[in-house]
Design a protein around this ligand. Structure first.
Ligand SMILES: [Mg+2]
Length: 317
């Protein structure tokens, strides 16, 4: 079973990875190699102050706040919080919403136009950016705490994804992340968690009609030699499959939180989201004590994030 420290470590780990990547989002790998990120920077592409996290963290806490307040998963209320983020700058680092992805924006707009939450998410194959994977942690903890079967757990995880990203490829990315995180929460070591989690995900999805094509898209990750792929075969784009591959590859090839998130961000491309997703799992596994203190010191609204994590844990446990 898990405790409040796990939630706190995952959320701070995610926000720190996000904030490390924000100033250099969209930078090419070559550019990152010439001038790698080694710590928190200010300004850059979004002209934000040091320690500013973005949509990845904002939408994570938007869902956490709803689940905390209602003590249950309510998709209408979560969508209302997403609107508060997009329209009213709530759940942001500096009272400023920036970096909203196309699929996320379209889905929230569908909700504002009156669509029910289960009809808001985009189902096109071209709409498989990493925008639901980056904010899936609340469903992972909620499902781990409440669900009694994998079937039930994955229903919760898929539902939170599908509010914006409803294609099977996006839902499966979140499912794979769930299986890996659940292994960590069960107390397994990181490498074993990844290998067990991937095996379980493959087993879970391979016989489900809806996911047959998606399973094929993720086939590279299910191979035993995935960690040994050279860096130039790992893309770190905003396509959710590339993002999840980059995160998993970094997790398999590092042994501490700091190296993990720096490697993730320095792959270039969708730096904040690759950093956030790697940082969330990394925080969960390595704990807050491994997040460099000077990074936490400048992280925007750190106390608010810690409080959010504690209240969320109490609400679901
Ligand atoms: Mg972002």
């Amino acid at each position: 079973m898990f405790n409040a420290h796990h939630v706190k470590a995952a959320l701070l780990g995610l926000a720190v990875g996000d904030a490390l990547g924000v100033p250099v989002e969209f930078s090419s790998r070559n550019k990152m190699k010439r001038n790698p990120v080694v710590g928190m920077r200010e300004f850059g592409v979004w002209s934000q102050p040091i320690g500013t996290w973005s949509d990845d963290t904002s939408l994570t806490i938007a869902a956490m706040e709803s689940i905390t307040r209602l003590k249950k998963f309510d998709d209408v209320d979560i969508m209302k919080n997403f609107v508060r983020w997009l329209r009213d700058d709530e759940f942001t680092a500096n009272n400023d919403t920036f970096d909203c992805g196309n699929t996320t924006g379209s889905a929230i707009q569908n909700f504002m136009n009156g669509a029910p939450p289960d009809k808001c998410g985009i189902t096109h194959e071209q709409s498989n950016g990493n925008g639901s994977l980056m904010r899936i942690f609340p469903a992972i903890f909620y499902a781990y705490a409440k669900a009694s079967t994998d079937e039930e757990a994955l229903q919760i995880v898929h539902k939170l994804s599908a509010l914006t990203h409803a294609h099977p490829i996006s839902k499966m990315a979140c499912g794979i992340y769930y299986f890996i995180a659940a292994q960590i929460l069960d107390g397994q070591n990181l490498k074993v968690s990844i290998s067990n989690g991937l095996k379980q995900a493959n087993e879970f999805y391979k016989n489900r009609q809806e996911f047959l094509d998606a399973v094929d898209v993720y086939r590279r990750m299910f191979k035993d030699d995935f960690a040994a792929l050279p860096e130039d075969e790992i893309k770190s784009s905003g396509y959710v499959v590339s993002t999840l591959e980059a995160v998993t590859w970094c997790l398999l090839n590092t042994d501490d939180y700091k190296t993990l998130v720096l490697n993730a961000v320095n792959l270039g491309g969708d730096t904040d989201t690759v950093g956030a997703i790697a940082g969330g799992i990394g925080g969960l596994y390595y704990g807050v004590q491994q997040i460099p203190a000077d990074w936490l010191k400048v992280l925007k609204r750190r106390e608010y994030l810690e409080e959010m994590a504690e209240k969320f844990f109490l609400a679901i446990s």
